[in-house]
Design a protein around this ligand. Structure first.
Ligand code: GLP
Length: 242
């Protein structure tokens, strides 16, 4: 694991965007998977800035959502597809047909998840996976459990995640209880992984990720220890163990 500690959220966002931009410049048809939530917003804004000021070219890039709430469609204000649309797609020259999300409104959700994995395979696999991390150590929506699914699947959200994510909704009751998410096998098959964390609220989970040398499904981020090319980028607040 390569670990980088940046001074603050702005520097973290710049460094993360620089890594994504370098990957796109090296391989213009990069296949990238992107997270949502509060953490990646600065990185996405910086990518838009690089597009506007330096002509960073997204015209051939392929981008996938890591996860999506069931059953929020692409037009729902809190859907994760809409999030990437707002923060990235509508501000850069990406071809919409190169943007992907699990079809969470399908009648057969299991088939929709399997189709997503086939789509990923059809794209030749994921070159760069950018991850956030939940307060309980979840990656994507792979929540702590006795067993973790390798493939894309529908997951029940934990009470902690529902509470954490309620800040994006009017009330806790509106937070969806399920999401389709890439499984841990899909995540670990990405050729390169960049995990981002910012702020004191992530201090405990980052401390655990950087010090624990055992792998357990009860702390899904620990599976990243099995991957050969993981970069963890955090700001000083998230690096300061309690
Ligand atoms: C959600 C998403 C994750 C994200 C996590 C952390 O649960 N499914 O992909 O990493 O939240 O979000 P935040 O960056 O807002 O702390």
């Amino acid at each position: 694991m390569h670990v980088f500690i940046k001074k603050d959220y702005q520097e973290l966002s710049r460094a993360a965007a620089a890594m994504v931009a370098a990957a796109i410049r090296e391989r213009p048809d990069l296949v990238a998977a992107l997270p949502t939530g509060g953490t990646p917003v600065g990185m996405l804004r910086e990518l838009v800035r690089l597009h506007q000021t330096e002509g960073l070219d997204f015209s051939k890039a392929r981008i996938l959502n890591i996860d999506e709430y069931v059953p929020l469609g692409p037009d729902h204000p809190q859907s994760y597809y809409r999030y990437l649309q707002e923060f990235l797609y509508q501000n850069v020259n990406i071809n919409q047909t190169n943007t992907f999300v699990p079809d969470v409104r399908a009648a057969d959700l299991q088939a929709a998840c399997a189709a997503y994995d086939q789509r990923i395979a059809g794209l030749g696999g994921i070159d760069l996976m950018v991850l956030g991390i939940g307060g309980d150590g979840h990656i994507g929506f792979n929540e702590p459990a006795a067993e973790l699914s390798a493939d894309t699947h529908v997951a029940d959200l934990s009470a902690e995640t529902i509470r954490d994510n309620s800040r994006f909704f009017e009330t806790v009751a509106e937070v969806p209880r399920q999401a389709a998410t890439m499984g841990v096998g899909v995540i670990l098959q990405a050729r390169k992984i960049l995990l981002l964390a910012s702020g004191r609220s992530k201090g405990a989970v980052i401390n655990r990720l950087l010090t624990q040398r055992t792998v357990t499904p009860h702390f899904p981020a620990s599976l990243l220890l099995l991957h050969r090319d993981v970069t963890v980028m955090v700001d000083e607040a998230a690096a300061a163990a309690e």
